[in-house]
Design a protein around this ligand. Structure first.
Ligand SMILES: C[S@@+](CC[C@H](N)C(=O)[O-])C[C@H]1O[C@@H](n2cnc3c(N)ncnc32)[C@H](O)[C@@H]1O
Length: 381
């Protein structure tokens, strides 16, 4: 089968984890880049990643990656591409652009110039003027201008894959499932051993942990994908590929726990787990993560947690640094030689707490979460 160039977007800071996942799923060489990964593969890779990938946002067909000087260059690069093998004459398209760096034009200028280039190229190859539909196009072209690099692709996914569809309870500080999955991969969780998220909120981390343990494809129920509107893809092949992926689901019961201090969130998390189809795989408990005696009696191999790191989710009357210190002391008391993976935007406070409790930091990494600079710590207890 013919190999094509693709890239897939992810969060800045977890590209190596996403690259590793894509390599595992497709068996091809994958190159991480800022907020994305590049790879070459056949069309079925699109079916596989859109259903099974846990750490990706969008899968794109790579149309152009080049250095450029100005908008004229961007026009020339996008005008030189043949779109007729991808877009039908009666289909509409839209160009969505992002720009990073300092330029004397805006992202709207990029979309306008590329839009014109697509129309001009199609007129030449097919003698048809393609329609533009900015609200609900058949084909969505994505452009990224970063410094002097111009990247152009077709969004094959549509809405980001982090919208898994199981979140019927919207926790006010929920973590993105893609980031939760990346933290779980970082911890080394493969479904063996015992794992707890002691401040589980809406249960994103326990749900993703159960998915990994049972090899459940995170987007197994999703039906709406942009690639299904493109003539180069086949719906029946997609269904076949999806069936193959779903057959790999395992029935064994993982040991995943979720604990939370507030009943309201705990019940919301339980509803999410039910919706995700893994309520039987997670044991929920009302409890305080800073109190050792509140933890289940079992010994845990993995603690993966997204504690409060702002004012909004921190319980009243307790300072964040103190909360971290009490939490780490409790974890130390109930564990022995376990792995703790934790994300926080208050890294200095967390580091101070680590020093006080004397836990070994194995690694840490910065992750851009929306506009927030967060750090993921991996520690040994
Ligand atoms: C950032 S939120 C977690 C969100 C969750 N990861 C999700 O995706 O829905 C932090 C959670 O920790 C809970 N929490 C705060 N202090 C706690 C404590 N001492 N013990 C247990 N849970 C606590 C909060 O109620 C909140 O639900």
């Amino acid at each position: 089968m013919k190999k094509l160039d693709f890239f897939a977007t992810t969060m800045t800071g977890i590209e190596d984890i996403a690259a590793h996942e894509v390599k595992e799923l497709l068996g091809c060489k994958v190159t991480p880049d800022i907020g994305k990964v590049f790879y070459k593969s056949s069309l079925d890779s699109v079916y596989i990643l859109n259903v099974a990938a846990r750490t990706l946002n969008k899968v794109m067909l790579n149309l152009c990656r080049s250095r450029f000087r100005d908008l004229d260059d961007i026009y020339r690069l996008s005008r030189g591409i043949d779109y007729s093998w991808l877009i039908d004459p009666d289909q509409s398209f839209a160009v969505r652009s992002e720009r990073v760096g300092s330029h004397d034009f805006t992202s709207i200028d990029v979309s306008r110039v590329v839009g014109q280039a697509v129309i001009d190229s199609y007129l030449e190859t097919s003698r048809v003027r393609l329609k533009v539909n900015l609200d609900s196009p058949d084909v969505e072209i994505y452009c990224l201008v970063r410094g002097d690099e111009f990247l152009m692709g077709v969004n094959l996914t549509g809405e980001s894959l982090h919208k898994r569809g199981y979140r019927i309870y919207e926790h006010p500080a929920a973590i993105k499932p893609t980031l939760a999955a990346a933290m779980l991969f970082l911890s080394g969780w493969k479904g063996r051993g015992r794992l707890i998220d002691p401040m589980c909120g809406g249960a994103t981390i326990p749900i993703e942990a159960a998915y990994i343990a049972r090899n459940i494809a995170p987007n197994k129920s999703r039906r709406n994908y942009n690639f299904l509107k493109l003539k180069i893809f086949s719906c029946s092949e997609f269904m076949r590929s999806r069936e193959q992926i779903l057959k790999k689901e395992e029935t064994r019961k993982p040991e995943v726990y979720g604990m939370e201090k507030y009943r309201f969130h705990l019940e919301g998390g339980m509803r999410n787990a039910e919706e995700a189809g893994v309520s039987g795989d997670i044991r929920f408990k009302l409890g305080d993560a800073t109190v050792a005696s509140d933890y289940p009696e079992e010994c845990f191999d993995f603690f993966v947690v997204n504690p409060p790191y702002g004012i909004r989710m921190t319980p009243k009357r307790i300072k964040l640094e103190r909360l971290y210190e009490l939490f780490l002391s409790a974890v130390k008391e109930v564990s022995d030689n376990s792995i703790l993976v934790l994300i926080t935007a208050a890294k200095r406070k967390f580091r101070k707490a680590l020093e006080k409790v004397d836990l070994e930091v194995l690694s840490y990494r910065e992750v851009l979460y929306g506009h927030l600079n967060t750090t993921i710590f991996k520690c040994r207890t």
